[in-house]
Write a protein that binds this ligand. Structure first.
Ligand SMILES: [Zn+2]
Length: 298
């Protein structure tokens, strides 16, 4: 099996009549009925974002379908919130963020996402002269374990399509293990680790280039060489959160991880450290091709 799909068809949904669950591999049966599953959930992205866009619709078993909707619920609500102190310029997006803030519970704080801002402070001496105290409020936070679980399901859903065998009505599974390198919110997409990853994998043959839901979902998969056991991936959710990593042979991938720049933290005291976030300049942003699929057909 040689999965390969560089260009996705524009403007319409791909529907698979698959007989194995894309996520757990169980067969469809009378005891295990399948339900319709949007690999990028309709409610994960802003309302209507998938309407005129490419979409991947498969069938999945009920437990996997439910697990994924649950992961998408709070992760969508949190990633659709504007950056701290900002407001979405698009009135529809603003309304959507407000609605989700009141309609989804943060699994971290057990409160509504809109009430889940977190407070912290750093105290100490700055430049050994002045006592300072920084108070800060952070936006609602994602739980990393849930981020990894959902990212893995999104990756697997797309890999299932790339390796789909129409006659057998089944797709394949991600080779090896998924290893996460970093995830970051938009104000920090220019940090050296994310830039280093984009630079390292830029020349690797692209296996998947997906920008759908009006740009609210992006995924890229690359492979070190066409025969390599090392794949890289990048995912972006709701123009707010990025996740990068490798899958396949993680021992081999570790060599690449070791060569990536380290993030420089400044130690504040024995228990705390800090680092300034680094925004990305649009001209340096090469992680995704930034082409919508429907632009490719023109
Ligand atoms: Zn399943």
């Amino acid at each position: 099996m040689s999965p390969s799909m560089n260009v996705l068809p524009p403007n319409r949904a791909v529907r698979l009549d698959n007989h194995t669950c894309p996520y757990c591999g169980n067969e469809k049966s009378e005891e295990n009925p399948f339900t319709v599953e949007h690999v990028v959930g309709r409610r994960f992205v802003p309302k209507g974002a998938l309407d005129k866009s490419w979409a991947l619709i498969v069938k999945a078993c009920l437990p996997c379908n439910n697990k994924k909707s649950d992961l998408e619920d709070d992760i969508s609500a949190i990633t659709l919130q504007p950056n701290l102190g900002e407001k979405h310029a698009d009135p529809l997006l603003h309304a959507e963020a407000m609605r989700k803030a009141k309609g989804s519970v943060s699994r971290r704080t057990r409160k509504m996402v809109g009430e889940s801002h977190e407070e912290g402070s750093i105290e100490g001496k700055m430049m050994s002269r002045v006592d300072v105290k920084f108070g800060f409020v952070s936006p609602p936070q994602l739980i990393e374990k849930r981020v990894h679980e959902l990212a893995q399901m999104h990756l697997q859903g797309f890999f299932y399509l790339m390796s789909y065998n129409k006659a057998e009505r089944r797709g394949g599974f991600l080779p090896g293990t998924v290893g996460f390198v970093a995830n970051a919110n938009r104000p920090d997409w220019g940090n050296p680790l994310l830039l280093g990853f984009a630079e390292k994998t830029a020349s690797w043959p692209q296996q998947l280039d997906c920008i759908c839901a009006s740009g609210f979902f992006k995924m890229a998969m690359r492979r070190e060489t066409e025969e390599s056991t090392v794949w890289s991936f990048a995912i972006e959710w709701n123009t707010a959160h990025r996740i990068i990593g490798f899958f396949g042979d993680l021992d081999q991938a570790q060599v690449h991880v070791n060569a990536l720049p380290e993030l420089q933290w400044t130690r504040w005291d024995a228990t705390s450290r800090y680092r300034m976030e680094v925004p990305i300049e649009p001209e340096n942003d090469t992680l995704f091709s930034n082409r919508l699929p429907n632009e490719e057909s023109q």
